[in-house]
Design a protein around this ligand. Sequence first.
Ligand code: PMP
Ligand code: GLN
Length: 380
Amino acid sequence: MRPFTSTIFAEMTALANRTGSVNLGQGFPDTDGPRAMLDAAKAAIDSGANQYPPGPGVPALRQAIAEHRARYGTRYDPDTEVLVTVGATEAIAASLLALVEPGDEVLLIEPYYDSYAAAVAMAGATRRAVGLTEEPGTGRLGLDVAALRAAVTPRTRAVLVNSPHNPTGTVLTRDELAAVAALCVEHDLVAITDEVYEHLVFDGREHLPLAAFPGMAERTVTISSAGKSFNCTGWKIGWACGPAPLLDAVRAAKQFLTFVGGAPFQPAVAHALRHELPWVDGLRDSLQDKRSRLAEGLTDAGFAVRPCEGTYFITADVRPLGFDDGERLCRELPERIGVVGVPVQVFADHPERWKHLVRFAFCKRDEVLDEAVTRLRKLG
Ligand code: PMP
Ligand code: GLN
């Protein structure tokens, strides 16, 4: 575990707290989720939902998850094909531990969320990271399908796909996902998808689950969680959905990681999935405005902002301001001007490719974003 001793998020949040900085590093909202969801958790505690819940999750939540996935045209049996986990993080780790053997290779899309590399290592597997590439003209970081194809070897067992994508804000298109699906079918790969930002897609875009593509239902474990959709990142209620033969293995791994978790939060999230999706639409619209607000502020401050299609992160190129190393800059910023961001290069096996990008979270109140921009202007 030597390469994985501390996460960049914990490190940067500690730095923000120590220096009193505006924290646009770790992605967590500074407002609460829907009132009725919070009340449902309190009511669950008061009604005694305080002991171990059933291993696969409380039935009402599994049912609500299956109904929610049906929106995308994907069908899961709540009894055998849905598993509640301690956040998406556990679902990702349990899926890799369950479905990948030591010596297997797992394809990741770089930059990638930090827990993937650690979970692949814990499974004894090897990661192969394929970089998103900048599209000429727009600067969008898109999927390099040819590079992904070229990275497949006889040992490749799985591909882990994250869309909407943290840290870049890219939302994979239908064509990109179709190409991933075709690759999986051709090489008989398992797909593990991380869709935690599924509701946070902007400018009329649509979230498309990989499991809905031809040939994918039987080979895909679809993962999501409540944290980002309902502003409750600390509740750590996540889930995995997939065909029973795959889910059986994921459930077996999960029961020896945490066994169960979050008893009173599970019925509250069931309520949220059933009744609070209009609230989430409002959250998405407000985040879209915040995206534009921070993008304008960063541009005014001299950064070159990359397109952000979803999530609550935006990436900015620091080179126009005369810096060439995002990580060094992020370590200096808190002391210098009191702002925390996260360097994109820490999410990569080829850090030199991402050295110029810094990620800023915009899931914050407008006045917090404005204060960050006021401080960042001092860099120019
Ligand atoms: N995947 C991605 C891409 C994330 O950004 C996060 C951040 N929380 C997670 C997984 C983990 O989700 P959870 O908090 O539900 O474990
Ligand atoms: N997902 C959040 C982010 O990307 C943080 C999660 C964490 O702190 N592990 O910033």
